[in-house]
Design a binder for this molecule. Structure first.
Ligand SMILES: C[S@@+](CC[C@H](N)C(=O)[O-])C[C@H]1O[C@@H](n2cnc3c(N)ncnc32)[C@H](O)[C@@H]1O
Length: 601
């Protein structure tokens, strides 16, 4: 992008830097025309959108290399490394579709064996399920599943697993080994009285859904635009809002540690995307929700399942089908349109990839609307006119690059005809979306434990620290960015009365104080009275969200704002405080206002 930016002539930069909403289509068109004649632009867009240039595609040779390394480590009993290699192999393995010798299925089964050796039985069970969903006649996966179920005390399931394994196993020696295992398990199960939980299913993403019962209204305010108020008195701790995101994106630094869909920590049995090697998911549910279902049970698989005797057939079908059909999946899922092994989703900044997701989602939902109604229908405020000079240029460049990447890199489900050709109007709409994202995007955070040595638990869900290293400190990690359409109507206050938190992707807002009917509900976009001084808060809000804060925290005197940067008077007999001149400047108006109102009182 630096090459593109550096190439823009000064005269054009100036016009773009001074552009307004009225002139935006013209400035977009001028920059577009300039790039069309600039040879490196073509090369850059081709490299970003052509999968033959990308490092994000699947590669069978790489997958086999990692599989081989995994096998070596397994033989050497280095299970941590074996787990890593098999996982890397899964990331690179193409889904070749063949039910027999399917590399995906083999890798899942191999990883299941490693997980079993590491005593991660639930994870082992899930990997066996994944292998069986691709290849239902995979005796090794049924066998390993049975062993994991025994370790979990699920004898009934284990007996079923081994019975299926015995039927689908073709080698006589293998059948004999399974039979002897079966006898042992049957004896064990008779001497144990355990209540068994069915273990077919993966993690369930649905959070325990507390529903807000308080009615909120959006009203217009002269100094802050629209804002949210409650129509009744609200007590502290009340849930006032819960919402699923319109679109989300994981932050670059969390790509290897958190699920790209639900943004939770990745477990040891993480699941890769089936078509490219960028995202990781915590489960198949998240993978399907992000990219759509990409492998279906084949006719051959159904035949195998149907030919298992009676109850065993039903049992195997339940394991293999795993009820993914019940999942609610969007028509154009978040990652689907990016998922061709192309480079741009990995390379462009997260907010720009998020803009692409919003665009895809919008067009998948509004079949008749053209791009000109895109911004209008999103109903989000934006800050284009207040954006700094450089940001205006950046957003012009990114909007053009994004549109070309989307256009060239896939057989996208939504029709690009509706976006018409790439021109000043369509580019200007994307520029505005980028500025909407800047103002309305929420940062999704997770709490992370940090141990006494300052090491964070980023192990991917399996314990690598002993109890002696148990944590004593918790910090917030920024994992993703998300647009919540209704949530973005809550304004900022440096003295907030609402607290925002996230469970998976869901935003929850809870009151922290008593809020009288008709009062504004406001959350903090970051800075708060007593934690940052007024000057820093205002600068942050200006830089990040392009507005001058009008909250009570910034217009009334707060003792904590004053003492935050105050020094004790050098005269030991004086108990007064000395303020730094920059802080004093910021507080002056508030203090004058305070003294006047004090006199009046
Ligand atoms: C996420 S939106 C909030 C909803 C917005 N008021 C609307 O009409 O859509 C953030 C924008 O609201 C305005 N805003 C929010 N809090 C504010 C505050 N404390 N002071 C001034 N403007 C504020 C700013 O224009 C900011 O860019």
């Amino acid at each position: 992008m630096d090459i593109l930016k550096a190439a823009v002539p000064n005269s054009l930069r100036k016009v773009i830097g001074n552009s307004t909403l009225d002139t935006l289509p013209d400035t977009c068109s001028s920059l577009h025309n300039f790039f069309l004649k600039f040879q490196p632009f073509c090369e850059i867009v081709t490299q970003l959108s052509d999968s033959s240039y990308g490092l994000c595609g699947k590669n069978k040779d790489d997958a086999l290399k990692y599989k081989h390394l995994g096998n070596q480590c397994f033989v050497e009993a280095d299970y941590v490394k074996a787990l890593d290699y098999y996982t890397q192999a899964l990331r690179k393995a193409p889904n070749d579709g063949a039910i027999e010798n399917n590399l995906f299925a083999t890798l899942y089964a191999n990883r299941a064996t490693v997980l079993y050796k590491m005593s991660l039985f639930i994870e082992c069970l899930r990997d066996c399920n994944r292998a069986l969903q691709i290849c239902p006649s995979y005796a090794k996966a049924w066998y390993r599943r049975g062993k994991a179920n025994v370790s979990l005390g699920n004898y009934k399931d284990a007996i079923c697993d081994l019975n299926v394994a015995k039927i689908v196993e073709t080698a006589t020696g293998g059948k004999r080994q399974i039979e002897s295992e079966l006898k042992i398990i049957l004896d064990q199960s008779k001497s144990t009285n355990t209540v068994e939980e069915p273990q077919h299913k993966e993690n369930n993403l649905n959070t325990v859904g507390e529903v807000p019962h308080i009615k909120l209204q959006s009203i217009s305010m002269p100094d802050k635009g629209r804002g949210m108020v409650s129509s009744c008195d609200v007590s502290p701790g009340s849930l006032v809002h819960a919402e699923e995101p319109y679109a989300t994106i994981i932050l670059k630094q969390c790509r290897e540690t958190h699920c790209h869909y639900c943004l939770n920590d990745l477990p040891a049995d993480r699941v890769p995307c089936i078509s490219c090697s960028i995202p990781w998911y915590c489960s198949r549910q998240c993978q399907i929700r992000a990219s759509g279902e990409m492998y279906l049970i084949s006719a051959e698989a159904s035949y195998i399942l149907k030919n298992l005797p009676g109850v065993l057939g039903e049992y195997a079908a339940e394991v293999v089908e795993c009820s993914y059909r019940e999942l609610k999946v969007d028509d154009v899922t978040e990652h689907q349109h990016e998922c061709n092994g192309v480079h741009w989703p990995a390379v462009l900044p997260p907010e720009i990839v998020l803009a692409g997701r919003i665009l895809a989602k919008f067009f998948s939902k509004s079949s008749s609307d053209g791009i000109t109604s895109f911004v209008e229908n999103l109903e989000l405020s934006h800050c284009y006119e207040h954006m700094p000079f450089e940001s205006k240029l950046d957003s012009h460049i990114y909007a053009i690059v994004l549109l070309y990447c989307l256009k060239f890199s896939n057989e996208f489900k939504f029709s690009y005809e509706r976006m018409s050709s790439i021109n000043g109007i369509s580019i200007s709409q994307v520029v505005i979306v980028i500025s909407q994202i800047k103002v309305n995007c929420m940062t999704v955070v997770r709490l992370k434990s940090v141990d006494t040595l300052g090491l964070s638990d980023q192990s991917g869900g399996f314990p690598i620290y002993s109890s002696a290293h148990l944590t004593n400190k918790v910090e917030q990690v920024r994992v993703g960015k998300a647009i919540y359409k209704a949530g973005s109507l809550f304004n900022h206050s440096c003295k907030p009365n609402v607290h925002a938190y996230f469970l998976s992707r869901t935003l929850y807002l809870r009151t922290t104080n008593v809020i009288a009917a008709g009062c504004q509900l406001e959350l903090s976009y970051g800075p708060q009275v007593g934690l940052w001084d007024c000057k820093d808060r205002r600068n942050f809000l200006k830089d990040e969200y392009a507005f001058h804060c009008q909250c009570t925290g910034c217009s009334e005197v707060n003792l904590s704002d004053i003492v935050l940067n105050a020094f004790h008077c050098v005269d030991p007999n004086c108990s007064g405080a000395v303020l730094e001149s920059r802080v004093l400047e910021c507080e002056k108006q508030k203090i004058e206002h305070f003294l006047i109102s004090d006199k009046v009182a």
